[in-house]
Design a protein around this ligand. Structure first.
Ligand SMILES: Cc1cc2nc3c(=O)[nH]c(=O)nc-3n(C[C@H](O)[C@H](O)[C@H](O)COP(=O)(O)OP(=O)(O)OC[C@H]3O[C@@H](n4cnc5c(N)ncnc54)[C@H](O)[C@@H]3O)c2cc1C
Length: 417
C-alpha cells in the first residue's frame, strides 16, 4: 500500500514544534506540513507554564542565561530575538506585558491565550496536527553524495505510516512526562546515529533531609545567595528568592542552582549547597555586624531586622544560641556559630524532586551535531531539531520558551529552504 506523503513532518506539537510549523508554512505556503504528537491533548506544557500564565520571554536575553555552547546559542538567539518574539505574538493578536523582574507574560495572564494563538495560526495556514500519534520509527531511505543518510524519511507512528521529505524533531526533554515529553525523541535520534548527552532534571526543587527544619518554615521565602560546591570547589553562586517548603527548598534561586547540584550528584561527585541567608554579608562582615549590635539587645531582636520570628527561632536553634540571650553575653564561639549559620548554612540536600517537578531538562543532542543556521543535523541530511531536545537549558524567567521560539523559527525556515 502506498504511504501518505508530506513535504515536512514535525514530531512534537510543543512550543518549538508549533513555531517551526508556522514559520515553515509561512515561508513555503505550498508545502504540506504535518505535526505528529504523542499526547491526546496538545499544548499541556504551555498551559501549565509560568503558573498557568506562561512566561513567554524575558526583556533581556543573552547566551549567558543558558547552559550549553555559548557561541552557537548566541547565534540562534540572534536569528529570532526577544523583540521579534514580542512582535510576532502581537501579530498573532497577543500583547505581552513586562513585569518588574523583566519577565514577559500575555496581558490576559492566561497561558491559554498563547496556546490558542499558536493553534489558530497553524489552522489558518493549513498545518495539520495529529494528536495521539507517537512516532516510533524514523528511517532515512537514501544517502547523499557524501554518503550521509538522507531523506525522504519513512515514519512509523501509532496511527500508521507515512513518508516525509524532511523531518523536524521537537520532542522536548523529559520534564513533566505526563505532558507527553518523556524523552522518547532521544531514542529515535540515537537510532539515527546521533549522540545524546546524559540528561538531568533542571529547574527542579530540592528535597532536604527530614531532620532539617525546613518544614517548620514552609511557605516563607526570602532573598539569599546560594553557593553550590562540587568536590569542595565553588561552581556556582547566585542570588534570589528561596522558598522553604514541606519537602525542602524551592523558589527561583533554588530552581536555577539545582542543575549544578543534580549533575554533580548523579555523576557521583560530592555536591554541596550552602545558603548565605544575609546576602550582603560574608562571614567576617557578619561577625562585625553582630559585634556592632547594642549589648543589651537580644539576639532575636537583632535578627528581627532581617528575618521573620519563625526563621529566627530555627536559625538560633541551629547555632545553639538562645533568641533571648543579650548580644553582650554572646560568647566568641556562639557568635562564630551564628555567623556560620547566617552566611554559610549547609543545606542537607538528599535528592531533587524528579522529572514530574522539573521544568526543564539539562543535556540532550549536542549543538556540535547541528548546523545552527538552519538547525539541520550534521549527520543526516533533511533532519532538523528545535527546542528542549537539544543540549541547551535556560534559567528561570522565560528563557526556555525563548529558546523554543528561536530554534523553532530557525528550523522551520531552514527545513523548507
Ligand atoms: C511546569 C512547567 C512550567 C514551565 N514554565 C515556563 C515558563 O513560564 N517560561 C519558560 O520559558 N519555560 C517554562 N517551562 C519550560 C518550557 O515549557 C519548555 O522548555 C518548552 O515548553 C520546551 O518546548 P519544546 O517544544 O521543545 O518541548 P515540549 O513542550 O516538551 O514539547 C514536546 C512535544 O513532543 C511530543 N512528543 C514527545 N515524544 C514524542 C514522540 N515520540 N512522538 C510524537 N510526539 C512526541 C510531546 O507530547 C510534546 O507535546 C516550564 C516547564 C514546566 C514543566
Amino acid at each position: 500500500m502506498a504511504h501518505k506523503q508530506v513535504d515536512l513532518v514535525i514530531v512534537g506539537a510543543g512550543a518549538a514544534g508549533l513555531t517551526a510549523a508556522i514559520f515553515a508554512t509561512e515561508a513555503a505556503p505550498n508545502k504540506k506540513v504535518l505535526i505528529l504528537d504523542s499526547a491526546s491533548r496538545i499544548g499541556t506544557k504551555i498551559l501549565v507554564s509560568g503558573g498557568g500564565r506562561c512566561n513567554v520571554t524575558h526583556q533581556t536575553v543573552t547566551a549567558k542565561d543558558y547552559q550549553g555552547s555559548q557561541k552557537i546559542i548566541r547565534n540562534v538567539l540572534a536569528g529570532f530575538n526577544q523583540k521579534q518574539t514580542i512582535d510576532w505574538f502581537a501579530s498573532l493578536g497577543v500583547d505581552l506585558k513586562e513585569e518588574g523582574t523583566g519577565k514577559l507574560f500575555p496581558v490576559t495572564d492566561s497561558a491559554q491565550t498563547i496556546l490558542d494563538a499558536l493553534l489558530d495560526r497553524c489552522s489558518e495556514l493549513g498545518v495539520v496536527i495529529e494528536p495521539s500519534s507517537r512516532v516510533r520509527t524514523i528511517r532515512a531511505t537514501t544517502q547523499n553524495e557524501a554518503g550521509l543518510p538522507a531523506g525522504p524519511f519513512e515514519i512509523g507512528h501509532d496511527q500508521g505510516e507515512l513518508v516525509a521529505g524532511r523531518v523536524i524533531l521537537c520532542t522536548g526533554g523529559r520534564s513533566l512526562p505526563k505532558s507527553g515529553s518523556d524523552g522518547s525523541g532521544w531514542a529515535l535520534v540515537k537510532r539515527l546515529g546521533h549522540t545524546v548527552t546524559q540528561t538531568y532534571p533542571a529547574l527542579v526543587p530540592l528535597v532536604l533531609d527530614s531532620a532539617c527544619f525546613h518544614a517548620k518554615l514552609s511557605g516563607i521565602s526570602h532573598e539569599v545567595v546560594l553557593h553550590t560546591h562540587v568536590d569542595h570547589k565553588r561552581v556556582d553562586s547566585r542570588r534570589g528568592s528561596m522558598l522553604w517548603t514541606h519537602f525542602g527548598i524551592s523558589g527561583p534561586v533554588v530552581m536555577d542552582a539545582s542543575r549544578f547540584w543534580v549533575m554533580a550528584q548523579q555523576q557521583g561527585r560530592q555536591a554541596e549547597l550552602f545558603c548565605q541567608l544575609l546576602p550582603e554579608m560574608n562571614f567576617d562582615q557578619c561577625q562585625q555586624w553582630l559585634m556592632g549590635q547594642t549589648a543589651k539587645q537580644t539576639v532575636g531582636k537583632s535578627l528581627a531586622s532581617h528575618f521573620p520570628a519563625r526563621v529566627i527561632e530555627q536559625l538560633c536553634l541551629a547555632a545553639a544560641v538562645s533568641t533571648d540571650q543579650s548580644m553582650g553575653q554572646l560568647s566568641k564561639d556562639s557568635r562564630r556559630k551564628l555567623s556560620h549559620v547566617l552566611t554559610e548554612l549547609p543545606l542537607p540536600v538528599v535528592k531533587d524532586r524528579g522529572w514530574n517537578y522539573a521544568e526543564v531538562t539539562a543535556g540532550g543532542i549536542p549543538m556540535s551535531e547541528v548546523n545552527y543556521r538552519s538547525m539541520v543535523s550534521r549527520l543526516i541530511e533533511g533532519l532538523y531539531f528545535a527546542g528542549e531536545i537539544l543540549d541547551v537549558d535556560g534559567r528561570i524567567g522565560g528563557f526556555n520558551f525563548q529558546w523554543a521560539w528561536a530554534s523553532g523559527h530557525a528550523a522551520g525556515v531552514g527545513a523548507v529552504s
